[in-house]
Design a protein around this ligand. Structure first.
Ligand code: PLP
Length: 439
């Protein structure tokens, strides 16, 4: 018996033995097509020799040096590269070890920024009910996923949650996308007014909502309106690109497609592509200047800040994505996968919606197409689908969400960008067999 503390104590997973390209293999030799990159992590697939080589070389040179004593060449190179590729205005990079850390850092930086600026009354965070921003307490409090929050609710800070931009369920009959986006923006502005604009610190959102909802992008113009509201009241816009960033939607940063730049941006997952536990928080020159010319010390840190080996890996990931143009595969392969999903499942009675951007796609599963009625929670559709797909040799990411009191089952797909045409077919076939077994 192993002494490992598994996350699911009653359903132990198989032991992974090796991985290569788009596949993982267990110790019995069974192959699993990585249709969700784990949880939207493995953008380059497995066994990328450039990333592995860069990390090995760094391990030989200096594996780790604490940022209390040193900076390092790979950390500085990563920061420079990220800024050169980031939306206009993002100027400084704080390198952490994962997505929750990046979001926790973002929230604390926002707070410290206003303290340094002499606006200590700015404490309110507005976020959306359909969101996940990480599992540490600050990030968990910011997210709106009821199931994840519930057990820890007494420990969570107050965050003000507003309606998500969720066209499939949120758009009123006869409403255009533009009217819908305007209505949501007006709700957010009303929330700012109700709280008192001078008390609001940040608006936090995922440009394309991931785990909670299954790849839900906003309607055109929504984020531009939010940016305007934030500017009008001096509120920081924090975008969480932990899941949708690093090329997943076809552009390196998802918000590029919404035509907005945040004041603070969190990335992780694809930044390390599974080779290194790493995340980053990017912030504007103005925010950095407030700290630099103020206390001169960001009062927040973790032991593995700017980890040199992880940074060397992330630099190589960016080289693969940008210089080797792996990123260029996302839009065409995403269109191919989406087309194949629409063709295969588009008319199925359980298919409510197919959505997403690039290789970040979601299928919403419903009991009735016309009424959009969700499945009875007792049916446990998402859990059964995960199991059935895994039995078929497919890793995908089904989830149940509760959004504004409505329950929804969806499956998220986020395969590696190196996916081939044949593998698109294999993914759809395996998903089809799994869905047929469950529904
Ligand atoms: N933010 C988003 C949008 C995520 O999807 C996740 C993880 O799924 C996180 C934050 C937390 O990242 P991590 O699991 O690396 O802590």
């Amino acid at each position: 018996m192993s002494h490992i503390f598994p996350r699911h104590t009653k359903a132990l997973p198989p032991v992974v033995a090796r991985a290569d390209g788009a596949y993982l293999y267990d110790t019995d030799g069974k192959a699993y097509l990585d249709g969700s990159g784990g949880a939207a992590v493995s953008c380059l697939g497995h066994g990328d020799s450039k990333v592995i080589g860069a990390m090995k070389a760094q391990l030989d040179q200096v594996a780790f040096a604490h940022t209390g004593f040193f900076t390092s060449e790979p950390a500085e190179r990563l920061a420079d590269r990220l800024v050169s590729l980031a939306p206009e205005g993002l100027d400084r990079v704080y390198v952490v070890a994962g997505g929750s850390e990046a979001m926790e850092s973002a929230l604390k930086l926002a707070r410290q920024y206003y303290l340094e600026k002499g606006e200590p009354q700015r404490v309110n965070i507005i976020a959306r009910r359909q969101s996940y921003h990480g599992n540490t307490l600050g990030a968990l409090a910011t997210g709106g996923n009821i199931w994840r929050r519930e057990p820890f609710a007494p420990l969570l800070i107050d965050v003000h949650h507003v309606a998500p931009c969720y066209a499939y369920r949120g758009m009123a009959p006869g409403e255009t996308e533009e009217q819908y986006g305007k209505r949501l923006a007006a709700e957010i502005e009303a929330e700012v007014q109700a709280l008192g604009p001078e008390t609001v610190m940040a608006f936090v959102a995922e440009p394309v909502v991931g785990a909670t909802a299954g790849a839900v992008p906003a309607v055109p113009g929504y984020f531009k309106r939010i940016r305007e509201i934030c500017d009008r009241y001096g509120i920081l816009l924090i975008l969480d690109e932990v899941m949708c960033g690093m090329g997943r939607t076809g552009t390196l940063f998802a918000c590029e497609q919404d035509g907005v730049a945040p004041d603070i941006c969190a990335v992780a997952k694809g930044l390390g592509a599974g080779y290194a536990p790493i995340g980053a928080m990017l912030c504007s020159a103005e925010i950095y200047a407030a700290i630099e010319t103020g206390s001169g010390f960001f009062q927040h840190g973790h032991t593995y800040l700017g980890h040199p080996t992880s940074c060397a890996g992330a630099c190589a990931v960016l080289e693969r994505l940008v210089d080797d143009q792996v990123l260029g595969r996302v839009a065409p392969m995403g269109a191919l996968l989406r087309g194949a999903l629409e063709e295969r499942f588009g008319q199925r009675p359980y298919l409510g919606d197919i959505r997403g951007r690039g290789l970040f796609l979601g299928l919403e599963l419903v009991a009735h197409r016309e009424s959009k009625a969700p499945f009875d929670p007792g049916q446990g559709v998402a859990g059964k689908l995960k199991k059935a797909a895994f039995a078929e040799g497919l890793i995908c990411y089904p989830m149940s969400g509760t959004i504004d009191g409505q329950r929804g089952d969806h499956v998220l797909l986020a395969p590696p960008f190196i996916l081939t045409e044949d593998q698109v077919g294999e993914l759809v076939d395996k998903l089809d067999r799994a869905l047929t077994a469950v529904l």
